[in-house]
Structure formats: structure tokens, C-alpha cells
Write a protein that binds this ligand. Structure first.
Ligand code: SF4
Ligand code: SF4
Length: 167
């Protein structure tokens, strides 16, 4: 997560701490991390225990902006575009499915339009979320929507209605 670089050093997290700030909802060493509840190791500039960060999710996290060969343009850096993208999160009918979560309540329109266009051009179904709030307070919960073929959207609706995980 923070301070991570691509093997080529092409892109650096520097100044972005979005994944450690709680927008990617997760649990770190038993601590729930979600909007408004950053990882206890996040200093707001980086990780205070980077060498010992957990393998799952930190070391295994594949931020779509940082991964080598990322198709995301420079402006889609999470702290700028306000979205974190993970490519190939799951599959549907052998197609790769990408996931996008907002750094904030919702993905801003410019970024969402880019992602939906990419999804259409490359035949990659997309799951994108809204961070849920109740009484003005972020919850430990996100609501996912689907972009792609109608059958994919129906499949996601069925899983959501049944309370089943999307991946
Ligand atoms: S969201 Fe991506 S760019 Fe930002 S700190 Fe995490 S890994 Fe780095
Ligand atoms: S342990 Fe470090 S790298 Fe992992 S989420 Fe916390 S601050 Fe980020």
C-alpha cells in the first residue's frame, strides 16, 4: 500500500494514502478499517510499520493505478480521481471483472465515465461501489452496482438480494 512502487518504479504512491485511509474496507490485525477509521498504522503520510505490514491485504493489494502496465491514465491516481481500481478481482463467464471503490462517498462522474468506457471497449464487466452513510456517518458497508452485459447486471442483483459475496 503506501510507499509501494511498481517494479519499474514508474508510479509511486507518494502523497496518496487512500487504501490505508479506510476507503478499501478491510481488517488490519483485528482492527476494522473503513471510512473515518483509517488503519492504526497509517500516519496520514504513509505506514509506520511498512516492513511488517500484513501479507493480506497489504502486500497482496494490487492497486490498479500502481500495477505495472496499468491502463489507468495519470490523472486516475486515487488521491486525485477519488477512486481506487482493482483489476481482475474476479471473473464472470471467463471474463475478467474489475472493481472500483470511491475515495469519498461516490466515484466522481469523470472517473466513472472513464471506467465504464474502458469496461465497454474491452469487454470487462465492472463492479463499482458507493460508501454507505447513515445519519451522516460512514458505515462499514458499501453498495455495489454493476456495469456490463444485462446478464452480468442481473447476476449481481441476484447475489446482492441473496446477501452473497460478489467475489
Ligand atoms: S490507493 Fe494505490 S496509489 Fe494510493 S496509496 Fe494505495 S496503493 Fe498507493
Ligand atoms: S498496515 Fe500499513 S500498509 Fe497496511 S493498511 Fe495499515 S498503514 Fe496501510
Amino acid at each position: 500500500m503506501t510507499e509501494r512502487q511498481t517494479p519499474t518504479g514508474a508510479r509511486e504512491c507518494q502523497h496518496c494514502t487512500a487504501c490505508c485511509d479506510g476507503w478499501v474496507q478491510m481488517t488490519i490485525n483485528g482492527h476494522p478499517v473503513y471510512p473515518g477509521h483509517a488503519c492504526p498504522h497509517s500516519t496520514g503520510r504513509g505506514c509506520d510499520d511498512y516492513a511488517n505490514r500484513p501479507r493480506d491485504p497489504c502486500i497482496n493489494f494490487n492497486c490498479g493505478w500502481v500495477v505495472a502496465g496499468s491502463p489507468l491514465p495519470d490523472w486516475m491516481k486515487p488521491d486525485n480521481a477519488k477512486v481506487i481500481v482493482v483489476f481482475n478481482k474476479t471473473t464472470w463467464r471467463d471474463l475478467p471483472v474489475d472493481v472500483a471503490v470511491p475515495v469519498g462517498r461516490r466515484i466522481p462522474p469523470r472517473a466513472l465515465q472513464w471506467l465504464q468506457g474502458f469496461s465497454q471497449r474491452h469487454g470487462r464487466p465492472l463492479l463499482f461501489s458507493e460508501q454507505l452513510k447513515e445519519g451522516g456517518v460512514f458505515q462499514q458497508q458499501q453498495l455495489f452496482s454493476a456495469h456490463g452485459p444485462a446478464e452480468f447486471r442481473q447476476h449481481v442483483e441476484r447475489l446482492t438480494a441473496a446477501g452473497k459475496p460478489l467475489w
